[in-house]
Design a binder for this molecule. Sequence first.
Ligand code: KIV
Ligand code: NA
Length: 264
Amino acid sequence: MSRLSLANLRKMKVAQEKIAVLTAYDASFSHLLEQSGVDVILVGDSLGMVIQGQESTLPVSVNDMIYHTANVVRGSEKVFVVADMPFMSYANIDLALLNAARLMAEGGAHMVKLEGGKTVLPAVRELTARGIPVCGHLGLLPQSVHRVGGYHVQGRESQVAQQITEDALDLQSAGADMLVLECVPASLAKSITEQLRIPVIGIGAGKDCDGQVLVLYDMLGITSGKRPRFSHDFLAEAGHIPAAVSLYVQSVKNGQFPGPEQQY
Ligand code: KIV
Ligand code: NA
């Protein structure tokens, strides 16, 4: 059984076939998600919060990411696996190369994801030139939570919207093969999705992205504390876990998720 490839994901964008993405951190969920029709699994550094109980994603280490990525890869056969590069693990080009290589070689990831615009362009150029696929991440950047002062929508002001658009185009030019847009107005996400050749995956970014991603435990309704407004408890609706994941996939594919109440 061959894995879904970047070429497949690009074809899905062209065909306007929505890409269903969820996070996972272990082999059992990885297998279940794949069986339920998820296209891409993101081993997110959200694991710092939902697995480790940390207050933010900042304490997550490269070794943590490798451990969870390897578990997810072992649990699956067909999905494309993206691994987050944790806080400061790509602070310069040498670090980015070393740590991305470990995520790929030891973790078995098929792509790495890193947060930010202009600052990360040199690393993105170098990684992709050396054959490591990169996913960008713009909008709300959880690794910058202390600088930003919380988790809220980004890009409501036209100047910020313009900057995010410019960063998205620059990331694509630097070689990025996918982009996550987190918590931006739906109209901005739509415009960026239309301008880019590469697949754009949204979370709290409206229905017009090429695909959607959610944190698994949010969509199962088991995250402690307040569930983000853009999420939805699919388990409450579907009754059991495989049905909840299937319902999510189906809702993404037919454009029912996210609805108006889950976007900005
Ligand atoms: O860490 C994560 O789970 C993520 C998604 C929310 C996009 O980066
Ligand atoms: Na992340």
